[in-house]
Design a protein around this ligand. Structure first.
Ligand SMILES: *Cc1c(COP(=O)(O)O)cnc(C)c1O
Length: 404
């Protein structure tokens, strides 16, 4: 089928976009299609995509089964709110709890990560009758006003203060601070099992286990924010499974719909029962389209994709470790599965720009960390290609810095 957009250049799309967008960003590229781990700009240039919309395109671009399921559902039924049952949503929920660990057994479906976290806070308040939250330094909970108090980065919070409530921040891994922060006012401790935005830091296992013990002892809930780390990203369906602890509440979004907007608050029967009937709601949550997309992602994960994430994740990790061993400008390689960070001893932005010039898309996580959150379907050959591009990008920037 001829594509009418093929005649429109990236420059033209960017200029037209600039007239009416919110002004929050200044895009330098215009993408028009994708295929697997490749994404193409309007001028026909191909890029290997290790950003995946920040861990969203879990099945890559234009995955045939995902495309088919979306088209099939669109041609059958798009609208069915959560106060009415729907066949596709019921199947999605069954697939979700075939993968999610006990004691999680119920889900409120919504349309984004922030919305999922907002829901988690409301359920935690309903379940405990308390209103204080404990979050972690470097943690990221989203940008909406309800969850902004739990987002650590001051640049995100300060322009909007006073916020309606304040969270208590504890060091990510600091058991003594956590112990001191969780008192009888605390409704929940909210933790990312692997901090994403904050620099790809996997949690310390003792810290997570202590968080479980302390919250249980003091009547607070333990909420895992798995918006980035969930849906197979780390090689387990949910990253907190690596730590062998049970969650009261888990939030998901990003990769769960393979690109279709979706969010979910997973919870135990006990937590779910605490919310009064009609105590929360949303118009688009659980719509058949996002459920159809999510069902395909879950089918793929059960059908071998989780194993693939572990295998290719280890491969990419080993290649990055090898590069780090010979490259003194790399401070550390961290992460789990296909949620990997390469911390530099310098700013990441120039190296990311050089990577892009070599046809590889990645994104930062903080000032000095290059974040790799590729489609979960990435092959070992594509992972190798990315590592070689990073080697080249480091060489390119060394020359630019006059050290070549
Ligand atoms: C992206 C993200 C959010 C916010 O999700 P949105 O869909 O952007 O609202 C919250 N928590 C974590 C860990 C995230 O990575």
């Amino acid at each position: 089928m001829p594509d009418s957009r093929q005649n429109v250049s990236s420059a033209e799309i960017i200029a037209r976009d600039a007239h009416h967008n919110s002004g929050l960003w200044s895009p330098r590229q215009a993408f028009v299609r994708g295929d697997g781990c490749r994404i193409y700009d309007a001028d026909g240039n191909a890029f290997l995509d290790l950003m995946a919309g920040i861990a969203v395109a879990s099945l890559g671009h234009a995955h045939p089964a995902l495309t088919d399921a979306i088209c099939e559902q669109a041609g059958r039924l798009l609208v069915c709110p959560q106060n009415l049952a729907n066949d596709t949503r019921a199947e999605f929920l069954e697939a979700l709890f075939a993968l999610a660990p006990a004691p999680l057994n119920r889900a409120f479906l919504c349309s984004s990560g922030s919305e999922a976290n907002e829901g988690a806070l409301k359920w935690a308040r309903a379940a405990t009758g308390r209103a204080t939250f404990v979050a972690t330094k470097r943690g990221f909970s989203g940008r909406t006003l309800g969850v902004l108090p739990l987002t650590w980065t001051e640049a995100y919070r300060e322009p909007f203060e006073p916020l309606g409530h304040q969270a208590r921040f504890v060091g990510y891994g600091d058991v003594a601070e956590l112990d001191a922060a969780v008192d009888g006012d605390v409704a929940a401790v909210v933790l990312e099992p692997v901090q994403g935005e904050g620099g790809i830091h996997p949690a310390d296992i003792e810290f997570v286990r202590e968080a479980r013990r302390i919250t249980r002892e003091r009547g607070a809930l333990l909420v895992f924010d798995e918006i980035q780390s969930g849906a197979g990203r780390t090689g387990r369906f949910l990253a907190h499974e690596h730590f062998g602890v049970e969650a009261d509440v888990v939030t998901m979004a990003k990769g769960l719909g393979g690109g279709v907007p979706i969010g979910a608050v997973l919870m135990t029967d006990e937590v779910a029962a605490a919310m009064p009937k009609g105590g929360h709601g949303t118009t688009f949550g659980g719509n058949p389209l996002s459920a159809a997309a999510g069902r395909v992602v879950l089918q793929e994960l059960r059908g071998g994709l989780l194993d693939h994430v572990r295998t290719v994740g280890e491969h990419l990790r080993a290649r990055l470790d090898a590069l780090a061993a010979e490259e003194p400008r790399i401070r550390e390689v961290r992460g789990l599965g296909l949620m990997l960070g390469v911390e530099l001893k310098e700013k990441a932005a120039p190296v990311l720009a050089a990577l892009e010039a070599r046809g590889v898309l990645a994104i930062n996580a903080g000032a000095t960390v290059i974040r790799f959150v590729p489609p979960l379907v990435i092959s070992e050959a594509e992972a190798d290609e990315a590592v070689e591009a990073l080697r080249g990008a480091l060489a390119d920037t060394a020359e630019a810095r006059g050290e070549g």
